[in-house]
Design a protein around this ligand. Structure first.
Ligand code: 5MM
Length: 330
């Protein structure tokens, strides 16, 4: 087994999942402001420090994804964030895309950018201690979207990124996110997710990407958030695992779902319902909001609420880890 294959397996196994704490500066600043915290560099650092110093974090978390700013910051004890993660036995990761931008010629669609100069950036991230990377393609559903161009260009970028990661010595997390936002039905989400996964699988094959050293981070198949449709965890699980098995090669190291704006408990319940289903891959979490929203709300930037924030994060990581190990009834 290569080092990259071992790292990929470690990210998705052992009843653990990934903490996505890689909000870009803009996104993080808005979330801090919404929680009543001034959006400064120091507060973004302090917030990430609160998260990663949560006692027993390593019991349920295999890896933490950071953005460029955090990867270069230090904890109060002067250790760089990647070093602090290594000390805990948690793999440090880095978000390397530069965001979803309007796709010229396809009104309303986006393509994720960041390929220019990517390889030297990846090489630098390795020297800073990163062991894996993440790139997110964003697909919006409406009556006419996504266009063929949006699906193909995002899949192509994900495969180029994944191939560059392997060359640089990083495990790629490939994240094609079909957004839950919209009034579309669950059936339409399944259909679009199938198209997107098919394109991603095809591009990964074209680039000769080593799938055993690659983790997929997909959306769950859900009804649009303003559709008025409700789907039970069992229905979500069947549709989600079904479309993955239909479209993705069994060789992938594993699947780590994004939460996509679901409630923390809803995301956990859906993940739990997938566990009994036959699957060629471990099915785990790489949640952002479904892990950190309760922690941010409890912390509110107050030094004397650090413990409350950490307790809220710990509740979510333990709940998700417990469904992976079968030790929880949701
Ligand atoms: C944590 O947010 C990540 C980065 O967001 P921006 O670059 O837009 O600021 C995001 O990619 C995240 O890792 C995934 O969407 C998963 O997060 P959720 O909240 O959907 O689980």
């Amino acid at each position: 087994m290569s080092v990259l294959t071992e790292t990929a397996a470690a990210l998705v196994s052992g009843g653990k999942g990934i903490l996505a704490a890689d909000e870009s500066i803009g996104t993080m600043s808005s979330r801090l402001e919404a929680a009543g915290v001034a959006p400064t560099e120091e507060n973004r650092r302090a917030y990430r420090e609160m998260l990663v110093t949560t006692p027993d974090l390593a019991d349920g978390v295999s890896g933490v994804i950071f953005c460029d700013e955090t990867l270069r910051q230090r904890l109060s004890d002067d250790r760089p964030f990647p070093q602090a993660m290594q000390d805990l036995g948690i793999l440090p990761g880095i978000k390397v895309d530069t965001g979803a931008k309007p796709l010229p010629g396809s009104p309303g669609d986006t393509v994720t950018e960041g390929l220019d100069g990517l390889f030297p950036r990846l090489q630098e991230y390795v020297t800073l201690g990163a062991r894996f990377a993440k790139w997110r393609g964003v697909i919006t559903i409406d009556r006419t979207r996504p266009s063929v161009a949006a699906v193909r260009s995002n899949a192509h970028a994900l495969a180029r990124y994944a191939s560059a990661c392997h060359q640089a010595g990083l495990v790629p997390i490939v994240e094609p996110e079909v957004l839950m936002t919209g009034s579309h039905s669950m059936a339409r989400c399944r259909e679009v997710t199938a198209r997107v996964l098919q394109a991603v699988a095809q591009e990964l094959r074209s680039f000769g990407v080593d799938l055993a050293a690659t983790v997929l981070k997909p959306n769950m198949v859900l009804p649009g958030s303003s559709s008025g449709e409700h789907a039970s965890p069992d229905v979500v699980a069947q549709a989600t695992v079904g479309v993955l098995i239909e479209q993705m090669p069994a060789e992938l190291a594993g699947v780590a779902f994004l939460s996509g704006g679901q409630s923390p408990r809803g995301a956990t319940a859906n993940l739990a319902a997938m566990q009994p289903l036959p699957s060629p891959w471990p099915l785990t979490f790489s949640f952002g909001r479904a892990l950190v929203d309760p922690a941010l709300a409890a912390w509110r930037g107050e030094a004397d609420l650090i413990e409350a924030g950490q307790q809220a994060l710990s509740e979510r990581t333990s709940a998700n880890s417990a469904v992976l190990t079968g030790s929880a009834v949701v």
